[in-house]
Design a protein around this ligand. Structure first.
Ligand SMILES: [Zn+2]
Length: 211
């Protein structure tokens, strides 16, 4: 089964992908792990990715597409895969259609309010980096890390303005993929609002997967 996972930041796509691969037995392929693997292998593409990332830039479409294409050509991806973080744009989706036929596109749907609540509630320890959440994983003592007693703070990424910015980029670049795949008859909507267990169940039901 060849699947693409779509969804806004905070929808838990990465976590769900890790759990879904155990259910359907195909590799989880994210651009993050492709980039890390290419860098570790020191291939020609890997070296250019490293240079781009070291310069603090975003990996361009052409390089990303070439790496995904190479990854999907490997043996373990022949019976299927879960693509997470790719495609991110319509040009990437069109390129993908040229070298792999996707079976379904799962859209993990989450309202902006819930995105803000999930991402904005995260608190990080300054000392040890542990994460807490003001609603879903409160520290025992307000503002203090359970593991080391360090001070908890809000990372710049988790500030409301930063989250709003990420949502804006998502709406502009990635959300059009929802329409694109709906028109092709490939889209499956799964509500990402409930707990990860319930979302995984809904995912299985909507794809008619047992177990
Ligand atoms: Zn700590």
């Amino acid at each position: 089964m060849k699947l693409i996972f779509l969804g806004p930041p905070g929808a838990g796509k990465g976590t769900l992908a890790v759990r879904a691969v155990n259910v359907i037995g195909v590799p989880h392929i994210s651009t993050g792990n492709i980039f890390r693997a290419a860098i570790a292998e020191q291939s020609e593409l890997g070296r250019s990715v490293k240079a781009i990332l070291d310069a603090g830039k975003l990996v361009d479409d052409e390089t990303t597409i070439a790496l995904v294409r190479e990854r999907l050509a490997r043996d373990d991806a022949q019976k299927g895969y879960i693509l997470d973080g790719f495609p991110r744009t319509i040009p990437q989706a069109e390129a993908l259609a040229g070298f792999s036929a996707v079976d379904k596109v799962i859209n993990f749907d989450l309202s902006d309010t819930l995105v803000l609540e999930r991402l904005g509630g995260r608190r990080t320890c300054r000392k040890c980096g542990a994460n807490f959440h003001i609603l879903f994983g409160k520290p025992k003592q307000n503002g203090i890390c359970d593991s080391c007693g360090g001070e908890l703070y809000i990372r710049d990424d988790d500030r409301e303005e930063a989250i709003a910015k990420r949502l804006e980029v998502y709406r502009e670049q990635t959300a059009p993929l929802i329409d694109y795949y709906r028109k092709k008859g490939l889209l499956v909507n799964v509500d990402a609002g409930p707990s990860p267990d319930a979302v995984l169940e809904n995912f299985k039901t909507s794809l008619d997967i047992a177990g």
